[in-house]
Design a protein. Structure first.
Length: 410
């Protein structure tokens, strides 16, 4: 495919302007979500639990594994926590600009490295096509990428760790793949669903390496920094306060989170079956029934994803399996905020790559194009309150997932 110099000029000019504007807005927003990570670092450095939340005891601000506090510790720099005047005041830090821009640069590096890894994970079918597809994908997902960056979030770092794990897995470097996978879990635990992909594709060989990775990333390294006893205490707190309320809950009321920013399956189904305000839900059916519906839907989605990954043995279409499992990490958690859909550039890249392959049928190409378009339109309309209330992004993602499962299963 002939490369267009005009397109390249437009792309790099747009990226440069977007990076500069986002960098400026960061200082105005004050590292909004970085406060949470730095709070975890500050608490741990003082021998306290980062899972304490004085403003809401039932909802920890810091929801990550203890290793995340170790990972973000170098970014604390000059930032110092401001002690609240009143009991329920929000957590804030002063002198945050060095931390904000250091984390911003880390996220930009994560995007750039993720892009390079994608080109190796999914080699293009024609010279120059991979780079072009990647640029288009980044442009299509740019609003969410910028929103993720402007909020100093961390899901792009998690994506980099995951893609690095997939590339190392592809090269049969199981140990390093397991370590990077566990680093991804430290940042975003719902990516654990990818363990099914690794097990299926390695026929179980990945399991002992994964156990070794868990020991190193979750126990050995944090214990060396925090101490064995304190790290074990924090791991227990993490499980009890953030993992157990959803994974071991017996009723939907135990993990109810219907904020419109939540576009995951529990939020989408919950808003249909439990309408109402934050504390005045009207349950159309019993909460335990909602819980069973969510569990059954989640199990069906995971099962179909595993079948698709197992049947999809073609090297050229492995991107389908990557996308399918990445979508699970968006759709299945208790809570997934909409700007985590910055990951859509991976989905668009896979769809564009398959669209250029002669072995893919015209019908499958049309389906992928339609699903990509529907998801893109839904992300453009994210600011419309009614569409957030009906979880448009979730349903568009579910359709895209279904199309990819269908194509992968052929």
């Amino acid at each position: 495919m002939r490369r267009s110099p005009v397109f390249n000029i437009f792309f790099w000019m747009f990226i440069a302007v977007a990076v500069i504007v986002t960098g400026i807005s960061l200082s105005m927003r004050g590292g909004r979500d970085l406060n949470v990570g730095l709070y975890g670092v500050d608490q741990v450095s003082h021998g306290k639990s980062p899972y304490e939340n004085i403003s809401d005891a039932n909802r920890p601000l810091f929801r990550y594994a203890p290793g995340m506090a170790v990972l973000q510790a170098p970014f604390l720099l000059k930032s110092k926590k401001v002690e609240p005047l009143f009991y329920a005041d929000p957590i804030t830090f002063k002198d945050m600009l060095p931390s904000i821009y250091a984390w911003y640069l880390a996220e930009l590096a994560a995007i750039a490295l993720s892009a390079l890894i994608l080109l190796q994970l999914i080699p293009p079918s024609a010279k120059g096509e991979g780079a072009r597809n990647l640029k288009i994908s980044l442009l299509l997902s740019m609003p969410f990428l910028l929103y993720e960056l402007a909020n100093s979030q961390n899901k792009l770092v998690a994506l980099f760790f995951l893609l690095a794990a997939l590339l190392l897995f592809k090269k049969d470097r199981m140990f390093f793949s397991a370590v990077f996978f566990c680093l991804a879990l430290t940042v975003y635990s719902p990516l654990l669903v990818f363990i099914l992909y690794f097990i299926l594709k390695s026929k179980g060989r990945f399991i002992p390496w994964f156990i070794a990775g868990v020991f190193i990333v979750f126990f050995l390294v944090p214990s060396a920094v925090l101490g064995i006893g304190f790290n074990n205490y924090l791991l227990k707190e993490w499980f009890e306060r953030t993992i157990k309320p959803f994974s071991a809950a017996a009723s939907y009321v135990n993990y109810l989170d219907l904020r419109v920013s939540n576009q995951s399956l529990p939020g989408a189904v919950g808003r249909l079956l439990a309408p109402g305000g934050t504390e005045n839900f009207l349950y159309l059916i019993p909460p335990v029934s909602i819980h069973l519906i969510i569990r059954a839907c989640s199990a069906a989605i995971v099962l179909l994803s595993c079948i698709a990954a197992w049947k999809n043995s073609k090297e050229a279409s492995q991107g389908l399996a990557y996308s399918v499992f990445l979508m699970l990490a968006l759709m299945l958690p208790q809570y997934c905020i909409y700007y985590t859909w910055a990951w859509t550039f991976v989905f668009y890249f896979v769809a564009l790559d398959l669209n250029g392959r002669v072995e893919v049928s015209a019908a499958d190409k049309r389906s992928l194009l339609a699903a990509s378009s529907a998801l893109f339109i839904s992300t453009c309309l994210v600011g419309v309150p009614f569409l957030k209330n009906i979880s448009l992004i979730f349903w568009a993602t579910l359709i895209f997932w279904a199309v990819m499962v269908k194509v992968a299963s052929r």
